[in-house]
Ligand binder design. Structure first.
Ligand code: A3P
Length: 296
């Protein structure tokens, strides 16, 4: 059998208007019916906003900074991805969750309105990580080049328009960041920013710790900051997605741990693209004031 013969870039099917990969859409009823335990923690993001980084921080907080304990399995096994379902035999997020005891760290990219209602009924702690649109877009572009299960990104210029129109998997970035922002007080969601994590990781690790009602020593916080640096995570086989075979994530095209910076968009947007993007951004974001920073 030819390498990669069984991998296809999955088409998107709308679920309540949000484009999702066909396996997710076809399995939607069981995803929507998933009922978490009140002790479960939800980590919600638009794709490429800093999910893996936050998952690692939370796991280390739960294990008092024990790096070996946090190397017990790769990220998606330690912290299942709720809605993901690849064709068998790859286990779906729901299959993994069934086999785990709470409290579990559950990852999702679903927009607020598609999160199974059990999370809110059970008042699960929820951490939302947001990243500025331009860096998020650049990161998603490279990811779509290397993740051979997502639709072809096509050329860069066209990709910018797909992002602005909300036709990429999991839909509109603008609606996503706004959806959780509007609900953050009512649902007690901790809303954090990738740029703040880069600027002062210690402050954000402490913020996450307090939100989760955990308490670790200063020394352990320092260790967690060190262990979750971009460089350390890039070298960590249990955090860098080397667990995913190259027929799915072709890291020779682009590494999962690609660059890990704020402002890389300046290396990709032309001045014209930047102007066009900013004008559209003003229109799409005029109803909210979320303090995004595109440079730090
Ligand atoms: P880049 O493509 O800009 O490098 P997600 O985990 O949500 O898929 O997000 C992936 C993005 O977060 C990638 O961005 C990745 O490099 C970055 N990232 C992962 N771990 C990081 C860390 N410890 N510090 C900074 N950025 C990190």
């Amino acid at each position: 059998e030819k390498a990669g013969a069984s991998i296809t870039r999955f088409p998107l099917i709308p679920v309540k208007g949000i484009p999702l990969m066909n396996h997710i859409a076809n399995n939607w009823d069981s995803i929507w019916a998933f009922c978490p335990d009140p002790s479960d923690i939800l980590i919600a993001t638009y794709p490429k906003a800093g999910t893996t980084w936050t998952q690692e921080i939370i796991d280390l907080l739960h294990h008092n900074g024990d790096s070996e304990a946090c190397k017990r399995a790769p990220t998606p096994v330690r912290s299942p991805f709720l809605e993901i379902c690849s064709p068998p035999p790859v286990p779906s997020g729901l299959d993994l969750l069934k086999k785990m005891d709470p409290p579990r760290m559950i990852k999702t990219h679903l927009p607020f309105q598609l999160v199974p209602p059990g999370f809110w009924e059970n008042k699960c702690k929820t951490i939302y990580v947001a990243r500025n649109a331009k860096d998020n877009l650049v990161s998603y572009f490279y990811f779509d080049c290397m993740n051979l299960t997502q639709p072809e990104p096509g050329p860069w210029e066209g990709y910018i328009h797909k992002f602005m129109q909300g036709t990429l998997p999991w839909g509109s970035w603008y609606d996503h960041v706004k959806g959780y922002w509007m609900e953050r007080e009512k649902r007690n969601i901790l809303y954090i920013f990738y740029e703040d994590m880069k600027e002062n990781p210690r402050r954000e690790v402490e913020r996450i710790m307090r939100y989760l009602d955990l308490s670790v020593s200063d020394e352990v916080i320092n260790r967690i900051v060190e262990l979750t640096s971009f460089k350390k995570m890039k070298e960590n086989p249990m955090a860098n997605y080397s667990c995913v075979p190259p027929v799915v994530f072709d890291q020779s095209i682009s590494a999962f741990m690609r660059k890990g910076e704020v402002g890389d968009w300046t290396n990709h947007f032309t001045p014209e693209q930047s102007k066009m993007f900013d004008e559209d951004y003003e229109r799409q974001m005029k109803d909210v004031n979320i303090p995004f920073r595109t440079l730090i």
